[in-house]
Write a protein that binds this ligand. Structure first.
Ligand code: 13P
Ligand code: SF4
Length: 332
């Protein structure tokens, strides 16, 4: 049956009253989906706040690794996703590629005892579990610097997966040496060795975009997500996670212009005036945008009918070790 967005919203609200569910949405979701959420936030906030939710079903509007993190942290909860959408960066590495990366370090003379792996939360549970088994932990874009500072106290080399840019940006901020697997940089000499993964959405921003805005609007500020290339972050005024960007931008004086380098839906929602998207190409995350109001309605209907669709399941051993890696982060 064809329903308008307004009709879907009414029906979704009816299901939310009737069912034991919490609807959760990341900042990058479409506006109409985001409005339906009980819990919103960046990836770290969503993981933490969803653990505290009492609801039996978590309807997670986001990408796979986010819903999976909730399942890993709260295995008793039933986590369903309106769309089984997958973060392109998280898909760049699986357990086997993680093992190959460790082997590349071994081949450069770095033994396993001297490797501390850290995985960005944008990775699947299998990779988090591998990291947990090696004594490592998870980080997000909001706490990566803190996690790496703590990890370095162990005096080991850090293997950072999957986001090359986040790893390099943190290394630059901390005055550390970084290398990227497979690009010819010197692994043996680096403090942080990054897997060569990236986010295609955050690769859309360029230093030329920054130059363009600075020339067009003298005094404009540039704020970007740390998944952007180090050259972009170095040329910006502020670098932060989605929540940190929102705080920074909403606290600016009304007449301060700012150009933002992150996903379109979030930037578009921030401030009507004086906020610009730092790219001539619309930086939409294709998979975040897959979830529609219709999908939210369909998933709630499936819960009501006793046959939930797209339920996230993680095997026991993967859940155990991935949770250890996530818990190490949460403990900090
Ligand atoms: P945050 O951790 O800042 O929410 O970012 C997640 C993400 O996927 C950014 O592309
Ligand atoms: Fe993944 Fe990039 Fe989309 Fe974030 S914006 S969910 S990193 S593909």
């Amino acid at each position: 049956m064809q329903l308008t967005n307004e009709e879907l919203k009414i029906k979704i609200n009816e299901y939310k009253k009737k069912l034991d569910v919490a609807v959760v949405a990341h900042f990058y979701q479409r506006d109409e989906v985001f409005e339906m959420a009980d819990i919103t936030g960046d990836s770290l906030e969503l993981a933490i706040r969803t653990i505290d939710s009492k609801a039996k079903f978590v309807v997670f509007c986001g990408v796979g690794f986010m819903g999976q993190s909730v399942k890993v942290l709260s295995p008793h909860k039933r986590v369903v996703m309106p769309k089984a959408a997958c973060c392109a960066m998280a898909s760049m590495i699986d357990g086997m590629q993680f093992d190959v990366s460790v082997k590349a370090l071994n081949d450069s003379g770095i033994s396993n005892e001297n490797i501390l792996p850290i995985t960005y939360i944008n990775s699947n549970a299998e990779v988090k579990a591998k990291v947990g088994m090696m004594g490592g932990m998870v980080c997000t874009s909001s706490n990566a610097k803190k996690i790496i500072t703590t990890a370095l106290k162990e005096g080991k080399k850090i293997l950072f997966v999957p986001d090359r840019c986040l790893g390099q940006n943190i290394a630059n901020q901390m005055g550390l040496k970084s290398a990227v697997l497979g690009d010819g940089t010197n692994i043996a000499d680096a403090d942080i060795i990054c897997f060569n993964g990236f986010c295609s959405v955050h690769q859309l921003f360029s230093v030329d975009d920054i130059k363009f805005y600075r020339k067009k609007y003298p005094g404009i500020l540039i704020a970007v997500h740390p998944e952007c290339d180090p050259a972009i972050c170095d040329a910006s005024d502020f670098v932060g996670s989605t929540s940190q960007l929102i705080k920074y931008i909403t606290e600016l004086p009304e007449d301060q212009k700012v150009a933002v380098g992150t996903e379109f839906n979030m930037v578009n929602r921030l401030r009507a005036k004086n906020t610009y998207v730092l790219s001539s190409t619309k930086p939409e995350c294709p998979t975040m945008n897959e979830t529609t109001l219709r999908d939210v309605y369909d998933i709630l209907k499936s819960i009501d009918e006793g046959e939930p669709l797209n339920e996230i399941l993680v095997d026991e051993n993967t859940q155990k070790w991935a949770k250890i890696a996530l818990d190490r982060m949460l403990a900090l």
